[in-house]
Design a protein around this ligand. Structure first.
Ligand SMILES: Cc1ncc(COP(=O)(O)O)c(C=O)c1O
Length: 390
């Protein structure tokens, strides 16, 4: 059989760092070990029943068996506007300021292709979610990292970005509550972001994937709550985490009209919009009682408390995340994040994600997901304690 070589574009895509971890874990599991996998970000709870029931009903509606309108159903865009008004006090024009997406990942990967030309600079948080890198590579744009450091509460320091870089930058990705660090951002930080971005004409793309998940009674701030944010950026909101709908592939972008138009134009060429029944169930999620979201946040907060208490008890000096469903834990002195993760897998059968996989400034940390029961989190801490590292 002839082997067709992948295009130069495909060959330029960043290597999937975590693929090798997945292989190592699969091998250990095949050997029959009881593995506690805290390395991934896949929500473990089911979609709330009222959303599933809305889908079950909608799937029988012949209207949805046809092509959906190209840019999505207006009822979903109106539901998005109502959600932003209710949750954040932000007014959104449903037709001009909302784009329906096949998951947040799709929007994040599309945006550089919508706005950047080859060689343009895109500012990216380091450590950060690796899918930003994929969209930048597909646009043949150039990535410049913004270090996130513990001493700055894992927020970028705009004073560090050289003037000539800021002037050439087209896009900036941000993500709070943050994957992987669990940090949150304030309205003041977003206001500082708006003035920096406006000064340099940079489009801010705020990835609000963990927008619902803030701990200690603090609701995460939307970027669009900052004065002038809609003039200079968009926010990407996914149903994957808020409503445990990761498998459904539904999300939306809200904000700057020209960016929304560009996303819609690219999507007109790539797809017809999502299955209508999914759009109806998604509207139900946004417009129904948010009790299920409160319960989910309480579940993650309780898991966080259990994990952090257990790790501190074994002598590991860790900070509690303020949002997201991840904890960002410093590795012991003398270890790299990769060697430490390999050691935990080998000796404790506990999987964590090495920080280096999220960028150079992720070195020195590992990421742990709060996506299993408290008893398993406790057991993971007990297994790690036996290694005598702390
Ligand atoms: C920071 C961040 N952004 C975006 C996503 C994408 O979510 P989805 O494509 O399921 O909407 C994830 C998923 O893990 C994430 O962690």
């Amino acid at each position: 059989m002839k082997q067709f070589p992948p295009s130069e574009l495909l060959q330029s895509l960043p290597k999937q760092f975590f693929a090798s971890l997945v292989d190592k874990v699969a091998k250990k599991m095949a050997e029959g070990h009881d593995i506690i996998n805290l390395g991934q970000g896949n929500p473990d709870q089911p979609t709330p029943p009222h959303i599933v029931e809305a889908m079950q009903k909608a799937v029988a509606n012949p209207k949805y068996h046809k092509y959906s309108p190209f840019q999505g159903y207006s009822f979903l865009k109106r539901a998005v506007a109502a959600f932003y008004e209710r949750e954040y006090g932000v007014a959104i024009d449903p037709e001009k300021e909302v784009a329906i997406l096949f998951g947040g990942k799709a929007g994040l990967v599309e945006i550089p292709q919508c706005l950047a030309n080859p060689g343009d600079i895109v500012l990216v948080p380091d450590p950060g979610y690796p899918d930003y890198w994929s969209g930048i590579a597909l646009a043949r744009a150039k990535m410049v990292m913004m270090p996130l450091r513990a001493e700055n509460q894992f927020l970028p320091d705009y004073a560090e970005i050289p003037e000539h870089i800021a002037e050439k930058a087209k896009i900036m990705f941000l993500n709070y509550p943050n994957n992987p660090t669990g940090a949150i951002a304030s309205k003041e930080f977003f206001e500082e972001t708006v003035s920096f971005a406006a000064k340099h004409g940079i489009c801010v793309v705020h990835d609000f994937a963990y927008g619902a998940i803030g701990f200690d009674g603090k609701k995460p701030v939307s970027f669009l709550q900052a004065e002038g944010a809609k003039e200079i950026g968009v926010e990407i909101y996914t149903f994957s985490k808020t409503y445990n709908m990761a498998g459904w592939r539904v999300a939306f972008a809200v904000g700057n009209e020209s960016v929304i138009a560009a996303i819609n134009l690219l999507q007109d060429h790539l797809y017809v919009s999502l299955f209508g029944a999914i759009q109806e169930a998604a509207a139900t999620a946004l417009l129904s009682s948010q009790r299920c979201v409160e319960e989910l946040v309480a579940l993650y907060e309780s898991r966080r408390n259990t994990l952090i208490d257990a790790l501190r008890q074994i002598g590991w000096d860790v900070a509690a995340p303020k949002g997201s469903f991840f904890a960002w834990l410093p590795v012991p002195n003398g270890w790299t994040s990769e060697r430490f993760s390999d050691y935990l897998l080998e000796k404790a059968h506990v999987v964590v994600a090495p920080g280096i996989g999220f960028g150079k400034h992720g070195e020195g940390y590992v990421r742990v997901g709060l996506l299993t029961s408290e008893s398993r989190l406790q057991e993971a801490a007990e297994r790690i304690a036996k290694l005598g590292l702390f």
